[in-house]
Design a protein around this ligand. Structure first.
Ligand code: AMP
Length: 182
């Protein structure tokens, strides 16, 4: 059973998030996680909580979404003693890749993963992680990539969930865990 964060621990982590108004464009409140990354005590509380949750999940890989998912994902993978797989924005991966499209406010974007990323484990059990879920489009495309690769997306984990954007609805096929909801 996952040990819940105490209210003191939760307050400590949340105190290290910073709202930046109108970034990257007018009307957006950007949840800046860099103060959390710079504070070892609070980052350690968060990562220990995730290690506690996921140590019983029998995971084979953590797949982190470009770019802040790489940070939390790499720490978690290392602490769990498993491999890390980057899910990158289009055109960044050097080797043969597969891609999945998702809709943005205006137009589309794509994420990619190497074709051999989950090879070596049959039916690999994968946790997808990102810093934040907003509309859920990016995470849904990431889930599709994991499944196209023949692996299983066991859960999607987010440090922050913007509940008012209903991203969960797009991911209704999947288990979702978010540490902090706004
Ligand atoms: P979405 O596909 O709409 O769920 O957007 C999620 C992705 O966009 C994540 O990789 C986030 O890092 C980033 N993102 C979206 N909205 C915000 C926000 N308000 N603050 C920080 N990052 C955001």
């Amino acid at each position: 059973m996952t040990k819940k964060l105490t209210s003191d621990e939760y307050s400590k982590i949340i105190s290290k998030l910073r709202d930046v108004q109108d970034f990257p464009k007018d009307g957006i409140v950007f949840k800046d996680i860099t103060p959390l990354l710079g504070s070892h005590e609070e980052l350690n509380i968060l990562m220990s909580h995730l290690v506690n949750r996921y140590s019983s999940y029998n995971l084979d890989f953590i797949a982190g979404i470009d770019a802040r998912g790489f940070i939390f994902g790499s720490i978690l993978a290392d602490r769990l003693g498993i491999g890390f797989v980057p899910i990158r924005k289009k055109g960044k991966l050097p080797y043969e890749s597969i891609s999945a499209k998702y809709e943005l406010e205006y137009g589309f974007d794509e994420v990619e993963v190497h074709t051999d990323a989950f090879i070596g484990r049959k039916d690999a059990r994968v946790l997808i992680i990102d810093d934040l879920i907003a509309t859920g489009g990016t995470a849904k495309a990431a889930c599709e990539l994991v499944e196209k690769s023949g692996a299983t997306c066991v859960e999607c984990c987010f440090i922050i969930e913007l509940e008012f954007l209903n991203g969960r609805e797009k991911l209704d096929k999947y288990n979702i865990y978010s540490v902090m909801k706004f």
